[in-house]
Design a protein around this ligand. Structure first.
Ligand code: PLP
Length: 377
């Protein structure tokens, strides 16, 4: 593809960009990028139909056609996390946040900003959220109205026991809010087996669209009673929902290009076999990556049974002259972008398994890592 934009490195992807082995933004397919080569007016009938289809397809991913609705929102993933907290937790409510990484902490920060009372149950970054303490907190504190949990904590790559969390929350008759940003579309989350008021994710993680919009899948009844809760007009998912149900349009300028890309990305998601097919490719990416890295002597932070096939945290090797900055730069030069660690418990770096990547690209990254490691010996 011809482009007048300067690229720093000609790399292996079909558009000459590096492969993004990160938590996002992620590599998208050529066809997803091409879908953005159109301008639509926000009142265009085709565009309005596309929005309706996207909303329907997203609800179908959680098997919620009869019970749930989808409300999209402009912005990155955090925007819709904030919108979910502000829309669903009433101003006199209280949120219990299960924390085992940076994204859990971010929900607490959102509560401080927007003035929602909250309490936390925290575990270390390499330990799943604590079900016993969740249970006892809910028994002890009647003022807790909602519980928030992160499905895959992208900080470490750990998979949280979402089903057990949902069962405990339902048994105590509280409401569950899920940040499934990095898991949605690759790790099953069915509204039939997991009871939640709202789950949020974005266009650019496992669904492989371009960045630019998030979405909330909400229980219709819970959303209907959320009117007037929000602290912010832009972040009010109830208001966005009512407007969209009315005329099919977004309240404010829609991210038209991101929406076209997302529609194409959902076509490709369905062609790949939905959650099952997408999850299978990522699981294979993750297995290939972990095996190849272990063969080179790297150690994963997490044991295999806690590892989600999304992003893998590796310990910085202590026995070599390893230097992350030169490691990173060398990989970029070879066409692969990885990510620094975000842990407080250990020195680490991360390699993602998601986005439009397969085994070939993972093997390419492993070869680049192997040749780079020779520099440190
Ligand atoms: C990526 C991510 C988010 C949102 O991050 P943005 O940078 O705002 O898109 C939120 N939660 C989790 C678990 C994530 O992985």
């Amino acid at each position: 593809m011809q482009s007048s934009t300067p690229t720093l490195h000609r790399a292996g992807s079909p558009t000459g960009d590096p492969w993004l082995l990160t938590p996002g933004p992620l590599t998208t397919s050529v066809t997803v990028k091409q879908a953005m080569l159109h301008d639509y007016g926000s009142r265009d009938k085709t565009f309005i139909d596309i929005n309706a289809q996207i909303r329907k397809r997203l609800v179908a991913i959680v098997e919620g056609a009869d019970t749930h609705v989808c409300v999209p929102l402009q912005g990155s993933g955090t925007f819709v996390v904030e919108a979910m907290v502000g829309t669903f937790v009433p101003r006199n409510g209280k949120l219990l946040i299960l924390i085992n990484g940076a994204y859990g902490h971010r929900i607490a920060k959102i509560c401080s900003y927007i003035g929602r009372e909250y309490t936390t149950v925290e575990t270390a970054e390499d330990v799943p959220v604590d079900l016993k303490r969740l249970n006892s907190k809910l028994s002890q504190d009647a003022s807790i109205s909602h519980v928030a949990v992160v499905h895959c904590e992208t900080t470490s790559g750990i998979l949280n026991p979402i089903k057990q969390v949902a069962e405990i929350v339902a048994r105590h008759e509280r409401r569950l809010l899920i940040d499934a940003m990095s898991a949605f579309g690759a790790i099953p989350l069915s509204s039939h087996s997991i009871k939640f008021d709202a789950v949020v994710a974005s266009s650019n993680k496992c669904l492989e669209g371009s960045p630019g919009m998030g979405f909330c899948i909400a229980d219709r009844g819970a959303l209907a009673t959320a009117q007037g809760n929000s602290h912010s007009l832009c972040m009010d998912l109830h208001d966005q929902w009512v407007a969209m149900e009315g005329n099919g349009q977004w309240r404010f300028t829609p991210p038209t290009h991101a929406i076209l890309a997302f529609n194409q990305a959902l076509d490709e998601f369905e062609q790949e076999g939905g959650v099952e097919g997408r999850g299978e490719r990522y699981r294979n990416n993750c297995r290939t990556l972990v095996k190849g890295m272990r063969d080179m002597g790297f150690r994963t932070l997490l044991p295999d049974d806690l590892q989600a096939p999304i992003i893998v945290t590796f310990h910085i090797p202590s026995e070599t002259k390893f230097d992350f900055k030169s490691f990173y730069d060398s990989l970029v030069q070879q066409g692969y972008v990885i990510y620094p660690g975000k842990l407080t418990v250990a020195e680490s770096f991360r390699i993602g398994c998601i986005g439009r990547l397969g085994e070939k690209e993972i093997r390419g990254a492993l070869a680049a890592i192997s040749s780079t490691m020779n520099q440190f010996r």
